[in-house]
Write a protein that binds this ligand. Structure first.
Ligand code: FDA
Ligand code: NAD
Length: 435
């Protein structure tokens, strides 16, 4: 008896991109039994961003099934029943450990074999561990990383167990700022530590960071900059007690959360598929250099038409859109047709405390701040524009309305000349943005 199961389409990974791809397959017309999603997670695709925000709150916390895809972009929730109704095979708690792209066979950790005609790689990213920076001891109890819902559950359990304790957050990026805020709302004493001179250096300039650092300080979150964790003190139960810093300081800790970056999960395909900029190289349709093999979401390096550059994006909006684009391209190619190249304007956002920012475009060139970046003000609203070669190439807005956020998206797409900003400045502190 052959244990091999065959599908027309297989998606490896059951995260954001997989869920949006499934919905698009159905939109395009899918026969029962044609599509399988193979995921090492135990639950159907969900909106990962919830894990560092609503999932960690002390009251009214977000829980499944409330944030299954595609609720994050205003669509209907795809509950596990939805996949069953559509005849989509959802293979959960199933890790693929071997992928032979040439013979089109995937093998799971338990020996299951899956054959595909067309494959979509949507394995996302894994966390970078401190051991990769030569820091040992991160396996102690109550040291957490955050990527999947199982990680979030362990963190929630520790938050309940260590009430009013001390938390050290290692890393000053997305995870650091969002989880730091959520844990502070749980009334912990929170200290963030990161090596850079200001937080979120991937995107923020010093001026933008100053607003968030001021706000966090007012909320009682401490930030230790310019140094990092080099080790941990652990008690006889194996529980973390303190974080040792490079500058010699020792911070007491009941819980440690580490967010020091992510790395695309592409090891399964090494040597079989072209790579670029740390990801799997794809064309404007997300097809790799192996026929019938596509890659979307965090793992895909693609031609960003707007900047005529190869880029990789680690944000949810692109995971959704790249997945939909790949499915449309797959279906079109089956009919001998071609669709337009992916044409993306980078978009990311974050929410923490009462703050909420959006960013569209590219953060290169000179920065111009507008509005009032004062963390103590009652309005909590300001913006910033990145200007390169006389054009606005990136736009950032804290506290914007839906309309204003849409307007800055248009700005990032159209790249108007920098004089456009004079119009904005004339609007004064009301910061009314339109285009
Ligand atoms: P994603 O990581 O969603 O899914 C990959 C899936 O593949 C997982 O289910 C994984 O288990 C599975 N998998 C991997 N290898 C496998 C294997 N060998 N076999 C089987 N399954 C396998 N972005 C943003 O724009 N705004 C935000 O607020 C946030 N917030 C946020 C919070 C947290 C906690 C994280 C970790 C990330 C964010 N992001 C974000 C980033 C965003 O969530 C991310 O870019 C997308 O989830 C990427 O979607 P993918 O589908 O590519 O990977
Ligand atoms: P990140 O890249 O945003 O931040 C990494 C941070 O790690 C750096 O800013 C730095 O402060 C710190 N760091 C780097 N090297 C270090 C070292 N040796 N020791 C200590 N600190 C060090 O990554 P992240 O915050 O871990 O996020 C992981 C992934 O999740 C990313 O793909 C991110 O895009 C995604 N994510 C996105 C959002 C969002 O878009 N709102 C929210 C959460 C997570």
């Amino acid at each position: 008896i052959s244990l091999k199961k065959s599908f027309k389409y297989v998606i490896i990974g059951g995260g954001v991109a997989a869920g949006y791809a499934a919905r698009e397959f159905v939109k395009q017309g899918l026969e029962p039994g044609e599509l399988a999603i193979i995921s090492k997670e135990a639950v159907a695709p969900y909106e990962r961003p919830a894990l560092s925000k609503g999932y960690l709150l002390p009251e009214g916390a977000t829980r499944l099934p409330g944030f299954h895809v595609c609720v994050g972009s205003g669509g209907e929730k795809l509950l596990p029943e939805w996949y069953a109704e559509k005849g989509i095979v959802l293979l959960l708690s199933t890790e693929i450990v071997e992928a032979d792209l040439h013979s089109k066979i995937l093998t799971s950790a338990t020996g299951g074999m899956f054959e595909f005609e067309t494959l979509i790689i949507a394995t996302g990213s894994r966390v970078i561990r401190l051991t990769e920076f030569g820091v040992q001891g991160d396996h102690a109890k109550n040291i957490f990383y955050l990527r999947e819902i199982s990680d979030a559950d362990k963190l929630v359990e520790a938050i309940r167990a260590k009430k009013n304790g001390k938390v050290v957050i290692v890393g000053g990026g997305y995870i650091g700022l969002e989880v730091g805020a959520a844990i502070r709302i749980n009334k912990f004493d929170v200290t963030m530590v990161f090596p850079e001179p200001w937080c979120m250096p991937r995107l923020f300039t010093k001026e933008i960071a100053a607003f968030y650092e001021g706000y966090y300080a007012n909320e009682g979150v401490q930030m230790i900059k310019g140094t990092t964790a080099v080790g941990f003190d652990v008690d006889t139960n194996g529980e973390v007690k303190a974080v040792k810093l490079k500058d010699g300081r020792v911070l007491q800790a009941d819980i440690v959360v580490v967010g020091v970056g992510a790395k695309p999960l592409i090891d399964l395909f090494k040597g079989q598929v072209g790579e670029e900029k740390g990801g799997i190289q794809t064309d404007g349709m997300f097809e790799t250099d192996v026929p019938d093999v596509y890659a979307v979401g965090d793992v895909a390096t693609f031609h960003m038409k707007l900047y005529d550059d190869m880029r990789r994006v680690e944000h949810v909006d692109h995971a959704r859109k790249s997945a939909e684009h790949a499915v449309r391209a797959i279906r079109a190619s089956e009919e001998g047709k071609c669709i337009e190249e992916y044409d993306y304007v980078p978009y990311s956002y974050s929410r923490a405390f009462d703050l909420s920012w959006t960013f569209y475009g590219d953060n290169v060139g000179d920065l111009l701040l507008f509005g009032d970046p004062n963390p103590a003000s009652s309005q909590l609203k300001f913006g910033a524009a990145w200007i390169k070669d006389g054009r606005i190439v990136g736009a950032f807005l804290e506290g914007g309305t839906d309309e204003e956020n849409k307007a800055i998206a248009k700005v990032a797409r159209a790249q108007p000349s920098a004089e456009y900003l004079d119009t904005l400045k004339r609007e004064g502190s009301s910061l009314h943005i339109s285009m």
